[in-house]
Design a protein around this ligand. Structure first.
Ligand code: ZN
Length: 278
C-alpha cells in the first residue's frame, strides 16, 4: 500500500507530464472506483490546464484553471502509467493488466496518463477551491515546519492511547502510515506501547526528528529508483525498500541481535525490538 513517500514519488514522476498541460480528453472505463465518479467528471476536466500538481497527506491534488481541484488517492493498489511506463507499486508497465485501466488522461502534447488499480480502493474527486473537503481536519504535514516537537507534544497531551496508535491518527499528523510509524519509533528507541501523552520533551524531539528523517530518506530512495529504473528499461516505478523492523518478525534486530517482535495494535501489525525500544 503506498504511503506518503511513495505518493510523493508518484507526484514527482507525474509532475513533468501534467503540470502546465491542458487535459484534452478523459476516458472513464467504469462508473466508479471506491466512490462513484461525478456524472460530469470528464467534462469538468477536459479543456482545463493543470496549473499545479501537489500532495497533501496521501492525496495528489491537481489545480485546474477552472478553479476546481482534482483530488486523487491511490488506495491500496493504485498506480499511474505514463505512456508505456508505470508509476506505482509494480516494477514494469507490462505487469499492469489493461482490464484495470480505469481512467486515461490525454494531454495537449499527446501524452497519456493511465490510472490502473486492481483493487479499486483509490478514488478521484473534483472540488471547487475553498470548498470543504475531507482533508480539512487533517493534522500538519510531517515534513512541514508546522510539525514540530512542541506542536506534537501539544497534540498528544493527555492522550492515553499508545504512541503507535496516536501517530496513525490523521488528525495528529497527516499521511503517516503503518510502515513509517514502526520505523520511526524504532529509530527513536520508543516502545510502541508507551502512552502517547507520557513522552518526555526530549523523546518527542527525537521522535519528530526521526519521523522526518525516515520520510526524507524514503522519498530520496523513491526518486533514485525512478531515475535508475527509467534508465534501465524506460519504465518508472518505486520499489519496496528494506526496513529495520517492518515486516521482519523473528529476524535479528539490526542494532542489538534480539529478535524483532510483532504485535497487533488497533488491528494493524506493529514490528519492534523490545530491547531497543523503551
Ligand atoms: Zn534491538
Amino acid at each position: 500500500m503506498p504511503e506518503l513517500p511513495e505518493v510523493e514519488t508518484v507526484r514527482r514522476g507525474l509532475a513533468p507530464v501534467l503540470e502546465g498541460r491542458v487535459i484534452t480528453h478523459v476516458q472513464l472505463n467504469r462508473p466508479n472506483l471506491r466512490f462513484p465518479f461525478a456524472p460530469d467528471f470528464a467534462a469538468r476536466i477536459e479543456g482545463q490546464r493543470i496549473e499545479k500538481l501537489s500532495r497533501r497527506a496521501k492525496f495528489l491534488q491537481a489545480d485546474l484553471t477552472s478553479g476546481e481541484r482534482l483530488f486523487m488517492h491511490l488506495g491500496m493498489s493504485g498506480r499511474f502509467i505514463l505512456g508505456g511506463a508505470s508509476l506505482g507499486e509494480f516494477t514494469h508497465a507490462h505487469d499492469a493488466n489493461p482490464k484495470h485501466h480505469h481512467v486515461i488522461f490525454m494531454t495537449e502534447d499527446d501524452n497519456t496518463v493511465t490510472y490502473n488499480d486492481p483493487r479499486r480502493f483509490g478514488f478521484m474527486e473534483l472540488v471547487g477551491f475553498g470548498e470543504p473537503y475531507r482533508l480539512d481536519d487533517l493534522g500538519p504535514e510531517p515534513l512541514s515546519n508546522h510539525f514540530s516537537a512542541p506542536d506534537l507534544r501539544a497534540r498528544l497531551k493527555g492522550k492515553k492511547s499508545p504512541i503507535k496508535i496516536a501517530l496513525l491518527d490523521q488528525k495528529i499528523v497527516a499521511g503517516l502510515g503503518n510502515i513509517y510509524v514502526c520505523e520511526a519509533l524504532f529509530r527513536a528507541g520508543i516502545s510502541p506501547a508507551r502512552g502517547a501523552g507520557r513522552l518526555t520533551v526530549a523523546e518527542t524531539e527525537t521522535l519528530v526528528r526521526h519521523i522526518k528523517e525516515v520520510l526524507v530518506e524514503a522519498i530520496a530512495a523513491g526518486g533514485s529508483s525512478l531515475r535508475d529504473h527509467r534508465q534501465a528499461d524506460g519504465a518508472l516505478g518505486y520499489f519496496q525498500k528494506t526496513f529495520a523492523v517492518y515486516g521482519r518478525e523473528g529476524e535479528t534486530c539490526v542494532t542489538c541481535d534480539a529478535p524483532i517482535l510483532r504485535k497487533v495494535q488497533g488491528g494493524r501489525s506493529t514490528f519492534y525490538c523490545r530491547a531497543c525500544q523503551r
